[in-house]
Design a protein around this ligand. Sequence first.
Ligand code: MN
Length: 205
Amino acid sequence: MAVYLHEEDLPEGALGPGTVAVDTETLGLVTTRDRLCLLQISDGSGDEHLVRFGPDRLYTAPNLSAVLADPARIKLFHFARFDLAAIHHYLGVMAAPVFCTKIASKLVRTYTDRHGLKDLVRELLGKEISKQQQSSDWGAPSLSEAQQDYAASDVRYLHAMHAILVERLAREGRTEHAAACFEFLPTRALLDIAGWADRDIFSHE
Ligand code: MN
């Protein structure tokens, strides 16, 4: 199990086949303003790959983009809505098909309103992850060990949680609701970028 840091793209053949866990770190929460600084990806084998993007780059990452756009690979995210928008805006690909652990959690863990990654990892897997580096400077020219460890831990547990959440969705008869939500996520992300980020178009108002 190791964390690999790459510049600007994933090396060819870095990942095994199948489902990948993905997360992003940006300079802030406004996608069109705050650039994509880091993309973390794991094939679930225990290694995490971090791809760093410098300022003023063109985001030409053919190997990474091919994996993200591959319709045969499910992409696991925690709060996919944000990551899909950032990936689409900067890398120009839609990272679908998607499974979002936050949406799955909201559909099955109706006994709590705690759906953060830290809470979910603790309850489903009994592991502790630190969120201390969450709001650090991801645009810095070199990333600290603490930042790299934090970034890697954000994709480390998604495969294990995916397996549990799939079972829980089936148990509660909510698999189809989840699938329909995941199917809509790319559109939701595009609406965010297009100016409907703060509007719930399904609400009466
Ligand atoms: Mn993260």
